[in-house]
Ligand binder design. Structure first.
Ligand code: NAD
Ligand code: UFG
Length: 333
């Protein structure tokens, strides 16, 4: 089976490429490298001892996109912009890239009679939770343009399936992906100042940043800091393999990919100190606008429908993040 992977050079994409190649799939990666590098794909080849086709292109270039996916059987769609704060400042760029880009992709798929797609959605579509853990039938709403793009694409996919029930569509709602491949060759390589907790902590641990700002210690959580469901990126990548396997029959299904366990910011800091052997300096700062107190998944649906559960612990997430950070102090350079 040949899988067309948009955004395959990115953080989650590269780990999924490894998973697919290790399991005998052929892949074609399509990426405009706006937030990634060819080096990451070379490292995928090093890890797997396999080579594959990669094409430099934008998903909004419908002709190139359509021609590039000839002969593929299914699509995994990672390509998109993902920074919440930036989406507030540049909403048109986000809608164009994430929504218009997905429309181009779906049209190109129709043209090539490819009707199987796995889409990267996000727990952000649940907004501020009404109840926890979050089940897939929790009401959907978001508070920022990035989240809107995910929600709109989910709705487009549901409408597409309603219009043509031959489609096989899996919407995966990721919680908080962290960690890196155990080789330390691929991992998260944020450009500039990291927005997310784990890469920021890693940069404090290695001395690139002086201290971590803990955004709020007055939430109604057990220690007052924000609680999230951190999931190892290799577990997440494995979830994509299981999603493809589950798409043997037509459907349009949304599934949470999380562990079901929430950890606070301070618990992550402590775990990282143990994993790295370094002290993580931090100071308590005001809450970050738009943040919620707690967010974690009910992982049962993934267990039942995908026969998948996250396996890796917070300790392993921190250890593998630290391994990637120390082996690549400046990322992919
Ligand atoms: P990433 O930025 O590392 O990967 C995205 C890739 O898509 C990059 O390689 C980028 O160059 C490429 N890309 C962006 N716009 C493109 C375009 N117009 N045409 C072609 N390629 C394009 O991000 P990631 O963390 O690997 O996330 C992958 C997907 O998962 C994204 O859709 C993201 O919104 C979603 N997601 C991520 C998280 C997270 O915390 N990392 C959480 C929930 C959902
Ligand atoms: N945090 C800090 N200091 C930092 C960064 C984060 O204290 O420097 C805290 C946040 O306040 C939050 C927790 O660490 O309590 C996690 O924050 P992240 O930015 O790592 O993750 P978020 O849960 O805010 O957002 C992530 C992705 C979004 C996605 C969302 C839900 O960045 O794109 O998960 O899947 F929408």
């Amino acid at each position: 089976m040949k899988i067309f992977i948009t955004g395959g050079a990115g953080y989650i994409g590269t780990h999924t490429c490894v998973e697919l190649l290790d399991n005998g799939y052929e892949i074609v990666v399509y990426d405009n490298f706006s937030n990634s590098s060819v080096e990451a794909l070379r490292r995928v080849e090093t890890i797997t001892h396999k080579s594959f086709t990669y094409i430099s292109g934008d998903i909004r270039d419908e002709t190139l996109l359509s021609n590039s996916m000839v002969g593929c059987d299914a699509v995994i769609h990672f390509a998109g912009l993902k920074a919440v704060g930036e989406s507030v400042a540049k909403p048109l760029e986000y809608y164009d890239n994430n929504v218009n880009g997905t429309l181009c992709l779906l049209r190109a798929m129709q043209k090539n009679t490819i009707k199987t797609i796995v889409f990267s959605s996000s727990a952000t579509v649940y907004g501020d939770p009404e109840f926890l853990p979050l089940t897939e039938d929790h009401p959907l709403r978001t508070t920022n343009p990035y989240g809107q793009t995910k929600l709109v694409v989910e709705e487009i996919l549901r409408d597409l399936y309603a219009s043509d029930p031959q489609w096989k569509i899996m919407i995966l709602r990721y919680f908080n992906p962290v960690g890196a491949h155990e080789s330390g060759l691929i991992g998260e390589d944020p450009q500039g100042i990291p927005n997310n907790l784990m890469p920021f902590i890693a940069q404090v641990a290695i001395g690139r940043r002086d201290y971590l700002n803990v955004f709020g210690d007055d939430y109604s959580t057990h220690d007052g800091t924000g609680v999230r469901d951190y999931i190892h990126v290799v577990d997440l990548a494995h979830g994509h393999l299981k999603a493809l396997q589950a798409l043997s029959v037509p459907q349009c299904t949304a599934i949470n990919l999380g562990t079901g366990t929430g950890y606070s910011v301070l618990e992550v800091v402590k775990a990282f100190e143990v994993a790295s052997g370094n002290n993580i300096a931090y100071q308590i700062s005001p809450r970050r606008e738009g943040d919620i107190a707690a967010c974690y998944a009910h992982p049962q649906k993934a267990k039942e429908l995908l026969h998948w559960s996250a396996m890796k612990s917070l300790e392993t997430m921190c250890r593998d993040t630290w391994n990637f950070q120390t082996k690549n102090p400046k990322g992919y350079g």
